[in-house]
Structure formats: C-alpha cells, structure tokens
Design a protein. Sequence first.
Length: 115
Amino acid sequence: QVQLVESGGGLVQPGGSLRLSCAASGTIFSIYAMGWYRQAPGKQRELVAAVMSGGNTNYADSVKGRFTSSRDNAKNMVYLVMNSLKPEDTAVYSCYAYINGTRYWGQGTQVTVSA
C-alpha cells in the first residue's frame, strides 16, 4: 500500500515563509512526477508545482519566483518552499505523486496567510 504523508503548513503573516514536506512510503518501484496542488475556498484546484523524475520543474504563474519545489529521490520526498507569501496563497495544499503508474494524494495541509 502506497501512502503520501504531508507535514508543514500553518498560519503565517504576509511576506513570511513556510516549507511543506511530503513523504511517499510503501511498495515503490518508480516515481514519475511529484508535486503540489492547492485549493482555496470556492475556487478550483490549482496545480502549484510539478517536479519530473528528471528534475524539470513547472510552476503556476501565480507562484513563479516565490515558490520552489524539489525532490529527494533517495528518500521519496518532495518539498515546497514558499516565500513572500500573500493572503491569496491561503488554501489547502496537497501533494501528489505518480507511483508505479498510479497517482496518489496526500491528506492535504492548510496554509493560511493572514496578519
């Protein structure tokens, strides 16, 4: 059974930073893409960052230059470092990973940016 477990998140003031982590565990033969989505209340889910197995990373235009996502393939982990946070970044952030040809999701973690 494959599982993704997230950590991080919380409340931060505008302009602050947070780091999210996501660890994949279970019977893992291959991981293609790993990354992060977010969903704010009343809005559609948005792809925030996608890190391919070769290291290429794509970001949503709204977070380019502020967020950085990376992978540790040895640990089966993906990270999201969020800098210069804005109130509009408030959302539930969920990690995902394509493991053994199937997409799995983390449980989601709340990020709230507020003064």
